[in-house]
Write a protein that binds this ligand. Structure first.
Ligand SMILES: Nc1ncnc2c1ncn2[C@@H]1O[C@H](COP(=O)(O)OP(=O)(O)OP(=O)(O)O)[C@@H](O)[C@H]1O
Length: 653
């Protein structure tokens, strides 16, 4: 079912600096929930907008929290729906005040200076904004998107503008921030403290329109995982995104310069895309056609991250913030226009349920309906008993058992065996569910009619046998689920281990390839791995040397008669020597001014070139670490190539 984005409007009180400003253009009617805006000029006809609620400058933070339905949105999140609350409006209109409520140090000089936020977080309970209120009511990751760079405010080393996080596209059609810090909190105080840590990492700057202006959009995401006390296996996961957008800024009014100006441009660009997205979604919902217009979510990181909130599966509330001063007439008209468009956007909230919990819930519903049928069946049996003493419950039960034993249930229940449980977890869950045939409708009969009595008895037998089979079926599905779950856990652990090993092998391969093929030669442009990595690989290779117990001398591993590389996929000693020799010749040719032949990588080496004479030690001047110790490094390289081939084989299986 679709649900429109709810939009409320809040006008903040005039700031001391605005006390002399006139405030005639905005007329708010909190009863009619309307806003009228008029410049008073003949060429600008007044505009009237209708919203879900309107709040004037006397509205408190508590009023906003209580009268915008935030508590019920939090409850929706606990039920498994994603929700988003975002504050929108021009710079200085009160978005951060509404979302956080903290007091920011103001720079009197309006110097455009960008500083790390120094919020005073111990403000009164009456002043705190939506985010701390939600946390106190609930029990988080903080990401800030600035000029289209995403910073992790919970990880100080990643909150620097030079180290932005990457935006990724997940298979479930949602964008997410890679490696974003997500902290698990078990108490509201802990969560509030983490939130405040994140807020302190924000960058603020002062300009002509706001003494402490956010230089980024801030997205606070609370991931909620709720478990049913009665049925602990029922896990519901959902997220609540609390968004404090940076405000649109007119550079002529803000007087921004330097970095602050660059940020202004970035902020305005992302807000431009946001407005385009709102416009297109609003047009789409007005046309009520099935034809899908292209929505440019990907044009900015902000809209990518808000995809689920705008036209997606989230329950969304927009708080449009306005400044009371007539000096901001144009900005207020723009905010109201887009707020009005946003409220025509229809989202499709869906409950995010764990497939396992969903299956269990379906089974529970099925059992409940079967129990109800059983009760009805017993009541019919009771009616028979009172009518005919020869027809008692025992007679019917024995008839039921006979029918089950003779394998002729009136309703067949099919459960397909699943041998390969681990690889088919999800399908198994849904298939099992589908393959249970639906309950047949009861045959309608009258007890008074003998034919009807017979038919009713058969109905009872059918139902009871079906219930028995359903119970067995459910038990079996539960067992399968448990097995699948444990196989999945062990596969995940194994996969994790393989990934780590794969990464290590890749790194060693890189070092060995670099050592084998060289970096200084023309024709090969391998990137030099860090010296630490080279040392570590060489050290590890060194560990594989053996000590002869008789002579107490270090010996190299025995040289095994090599198989051809096309048979084994690895290099033989002669091939490696040939490779090195070839490279040496190339080098000499280059020095003599002869253009070098493009060097072959190990894998490209043609078979015809395998039978090259082994050069004598005096012929080769070691130029790379590998040439100094070729046999040892070769065995390491071959070992890695084999491991890589085995790994590839296991992945492709
Ligand atoms: N409802 C309110 N009551 C009292 N003061 C308010 C209210 N709303 C905003 N303010 C004050 O107005 C100023 C600007 O507000 P705020 O910083 O929240 O604006 P903003 O929209 O977040 O601006 P920007 O986009 O530049 O970050 C602040 O000094 C703030 O304390």
């Amino acid at each position: 079912m679709s649900r429109k984005i709810r939009v409320v409007v809040r006008v903040r009180p005039a700031l001391p600096i605005e006390k002399t400003h006139s405030t005639n253009t905005l007329i708010l009617d909190t009863i009619k929930k309307s806003v009228k805006i008029s410049s008073g000029k003949q060429q600008d006809p007044p505009k009237e907008f209708q919203f879900d609620s309107t709040f004037d400058s006397t509205t408190t933070q508590t009023d906003i929290y209580e009268q915008t339905g935030i508590a019920s949105m939090v409850a929706n999140v606990l039920e498994g729906f994603h929700a988003t609350i975002f504050a929108y409006g021009q710079t200085g209109s009160g978005k951060t005040f509404t979302m956080e409520g903290y007091e920011y140090e103001k720079t009197a000089s309006r110097s455009n200076e960008r500083v790390q936020a120094k919020p005073k977080v111990d403000v009164s309970m009456e002043r705190i904004g939506i985010v701390p209120r939600v946390i106190l009511n609930l029990f988080k990751a903080v990401a800030a998107a600035t000029t289209d760079k995403i910073l992790d405010l919970l990880n100080p080393s990643m909150s620097s503008i030079t180290k932005p996080c990457r935006l990724r596209w997940a298979s479930n059609e949602a964008f997410y921030v890679e490696n974003l810090t997500i902290l698990e909190c078990s108490a509201s105080e802990e969560m509030l403290a983490r939130f405040q840590d994140g807020v302190k990492q924000k960058i603020m700057a002062s300009h002509n329109m706001n003494a402490a202006s956010s230089r980024s959009h801030c997205i606070y995401t609370i991931y909620v995982e709720s478990t049913d006390i009665v049925n602990p296996e029922d896990i519901i996961k959902a997220k609540l995104s609390l968004v404090d957008l940076a405000g649109s800024e007119r550079v002529v009014k803000t007087g921004a310069t330097g970095v602050t100006l660059q940020e202004s441009i970035g902020i305005n660009k992302s807000l431009f895309v946001l407005r385009q997205v709102i416009q297109i979604l609003s047009d789409q919902s007005k046309e009520r056609s099935d034809s899908k217009l292209h929505v440019p979510y990907r044009d900015s990181k902000l809209t990518a991250l808000l995809k689920h909130s705008l036209g997606g599966n989230s329950i969304t509330l927009m708080i449009a913030c306005l400044s009371p001063s007539d000096a901001y007439f144009d900005e207020n008209v723009s905010t109201l226009t887009y707020a009005a468009r946003a409220q025509t956007i229809a989202n499709k909230p869906i409950k995010n349920e764990d497939p396992k919990s969903l299956l269990i819930q379906n089974l529970r519903d099925e059992i409940a309906s079967l129990k109800a049928q059983l009760t009805r069946a017993y009541s019919i049996i009771d009616a028979f008993e009172s009518k005919d003493s020869t027809l008692n419950r025992n007679n019917i039960s024995s008839e039921i058992d006979t029918r089950i034993e003779s394998n002729s249930p009136a309703t067949t229940i099919v459960v397909t065996e699943k041998n390969n449980l681990a690889s088919k977890t999800i399908e198994a869950k849904s298939k099992n569910n589908q393959e249970v045939e639906p309950t047949p409708p009861l045959r309608h009969s009258s007890i008074a009619d003998p034919a009807g009595s017979k038919s009713l008895k058969l109905n009872v037998i059918d139902n009871v046998s079906m219930i028995k089979a359903m119970y067995q079926n459910e038990r079996r599905i539960r067992q399968e689920l448990e097995m699948t779950q444990s196989s999945l856990t062990s596969l995940r652990t194994e996969n994790h281990g393989l990934n780590i090993e794969n990464q290590t092998l890749r790194e060693r391969m890189e070092v060995l390839e670099y050592l084998a093929l060289g970096a200084d030669e023309s024709g090969i442009s391998l990137q030099k791995p860090s010296q630490d990595r080279i040392n570590s690989v060489l050290q590890n290779a060194g560990k594989r040397r053996t000590i002869n117990s008789n002579t107490n001398q270090e010996t190299l591993p025995p040289v095994v008669e090599p198989k051809k590389s096309h048979e084994t996929g690895v290099l033989s000693i002669s091939e490696l020597r040939h490779l090195l020799n070839g490279k040496k010749q190339q080098k000499e040719a280059t020095i003599k001014g002869v253009p070098s032949r493009r060097a072959h990588s190990a894998a490209e080496l043609p078979r015809s070139e395998h039978k090259i004479q082994t050069p004598t030690p005096s012929q080769s001047t070691p130029s790379t670490a590998l040439e100094k110790d070729p046999v040892e490094n070769l065995s390491e390289l071959n070992r890695l190539l084999r491991a890589k081939a085995a790994l590839k084989g296991s992945i492709s299986q």
